[in-house]
Each structure stands twice: as structure tokens, then as C-alpha cells.
Design a protein around this ligand. Sequence first.
Ligand code: G3I
Length: 364
Amino acid sequence: MQRGLLLIIILAMFASLSCRRDQPVFETDEDDSTVIPETIKEGYSDYFITGVAISNAQINGEEPQAMEIVKEQFTSITAENDMKWEYMEPTEGSFYYDDADLHLAFAEENDLTMIGHTLVWHSQLPSWVRSITDSATLVTVMKNHIDSVVGKYAGRVHGWDVINEAFEYDGSFRDTVFYKYIGESFFEQAFAAAQAADSTAELYYNDYSMTSSGKKETVINMIEHLQEKDIRIDAVCMQGHWTLTSPSVEVIEQSIIDYYNAGVKVIISELDVTVLDQNNDADPYVDGLPDDVATDLAERYAALFSLFKKHEEKIARVTLWGVHDGQSWKNYSPYSGRTDYPLLFDRDYEKKACFYSTLEAAPK
Ligand code: G3I
């Protein structure tokens, strides 16, 4: 065969291969002015920080494909569990930093913003803390934990979830060991301690159901209380553990506006969208997600990210609570052993329809 003809055939084969895409070819509008981004960070980084929660297995190298997704798609990471009290100070005064160090190293190696989660929470709290019944002792222990952990990473953590889930739906204080033995002042004491330990870190209050009116009223009152005492709180985190329909975009939007008007930024800190009924243990999608439900999920994510884009000046960050569906806590909460599909990547690390719909919602 003549060399010229062979060269033409090789070039034709290369041209056809280079056109193949592993993902749908995105349409652009007729004048090509709207180009659909190819990654979450490309689509949204002009509006807010994009983040994802990293598991202990992932940061310890057990899921390299997940970590490639993190590097490709996001600008921030949160340790899903590794920086919680039960892991960081399992026994009094004995700190364990190895796994947290891995998160910090990965973030710094890949130019990712590191989020500290979380300092004061009634859950995943070691028993030696839960058993304290003396106010002064608990204050000392709480401040020492905050000073040690925040101080250890001073200047390297962008912001801390200082307190997690301190209030009930109706806005009353949750009956935690901190509230029970220190009283309401544990809230301001925790924020003041974090501010003293690292003046460069942003300070957040993190909670779920932040659209419920009672909780919203109490959180706004607490923001104002901290501001009056000149104790810094930079943002409130609406965790964003939502369903396909609830809360509505309108209800979420009003909460974003209300918190922002209280003088703080808003963070969507733990976004996932369950497709399962939260009021019974039905597990209908064990063999896969039906197309119609996948479409509902794609539309929900597009609507949520369109809302976040609309209020970009109020929103500081949106973090997905996991890289892929197999990692999600929703597979075992509120009912264990179920198969949920709450995130942007599937159990094979493949992009889902809701990933593409989220990208398509990005352009202004
Ligand atoms: O560390 C143990 C390990 O030693 C043991 O072998 C393994 C199997 O039993 O369990 C491991 O602990 C699990 C831990 O995650 C680490 O994987 C706990 O059982 C499990 O309950 C825990 O779940 C975490 C949950 O918080 C605890 O409440 C989820 O991964 C995590 O996604 C979830 O995240 C919370 C946020 O921090 C705060 N907002 C709510 C959100 C959902 O609960």
C-alpha cells in the first residue's frame, strides 16, 4: 500500500477517535456564546467555592478514582469524619492528627480550600466528654479541644464548622452535654475560642433543616448576639440534606435571603438529594435508578444550583456531601442497608444525569 494512502487512512482514524466523547456533546446556542462547562469548578468557581466531603478510606488511598474526581471537579474538601472530636481527641489530652494531616496535605498539594468539620457537636463525641457533668471542667475541656485542633492547623484551614446542630426544629437548644452543663453561653465561648486559636480562619455555624422557621429565628438571634458581643461568625451553613421535592426552592431561597440579611454569608455545606422515602424503609431502586427518577433528580439539582447561582453574592460555598453514591451516609440513614442515589457520581465513579444538568445550569 502506498505510504501516502496509508498516512491518509491513519489520519482519518485519528480524527474519528479524537471526536469520540465519553459524555454527550453539549449543545451551544446558535451564536455559541453559551458554552456548557465540563467540570463543576469550571462552571461555578466564579460564583462560589465548590467542595466535596472526603471519607477516611478515600484520603487513605483506597479510592484513587474518587480522588481524581475531587481534583478534576472541585476547589475545596471537607473531611467527612476524620476531624470530628471522637477521632481527633479519643481520650482526654491525647490527640490523633494522622488522618487530618492527610486531608491537609491533599488539599495543599492540589490547591484545594480545606474546611474543618467539626469542633463542638453532640454526635461522634467521645464518651469521656459525654460523661462530664461539671460546668467548669467541660468549659476547660471544650476550649482545650478547640485551641489544640484549631491551633494545630492555624493558617491552613479556610474555615471551621465551630458548632454543629445545637438547636431543635422549633429553635430550642438541643439537650446536649454542652447546653446542659454550660448553658447557652457554650455557643459564644466556642466561637470566641476558635477565633482566638486562629484569627485567619472563617467561623461557621452548621446545621440541618435550617429552613424551619423556629430554627431560623433562633440562629438569626444567635448571629445578632455574637455580633453584639464582637464575636466573629462569618457564615451559617445550611447542610442541604434535601429530598427531590422538599424543601421547595422558594423556601430555600427565602432562608438564604434571611440569613444573609442577618449579616453573614450562607454556605450549603453538606448537599445531597435523596431519592428514597425518609419516612419508611422502602428500598425500591436496589437494581438501579429508573430513568424517570434520574430525570427528577437531574431537574432538582439544576434547580438548586440555579438558585445558588442567582444568589451568588450571598453564597460562599456549596459542598457535596460525598464524591459518589456508594459513599453516601444516606445509604444507611435513616434506614440502614438501602441503595440511594443522592450525589453527582455513581457507584462506578461515572457522571450521572444530575452531574450534566448541574453543569448546564451554570452559564449566566
Ligand atoms: O469509625 C468506625 C469504624 O471504626 C468502624 O469499623 C465502622 C463500621 O462500624 O464505623 C465507623 O464509624 C462510622 C463513621 O461514619 C465513619 O465511617 C459510623 O458508624 C457512622 O455512623 C458514621 O457516619 C457518619 C455520620 O455523620 C455520623 O453521624 C457519616 O459518615 C457522615 O457522612 C455523617 O455526616 C454528618 C455530618 O458530620 C454532620 N451533619 C450531618 C451528617 C449526616 O449525619
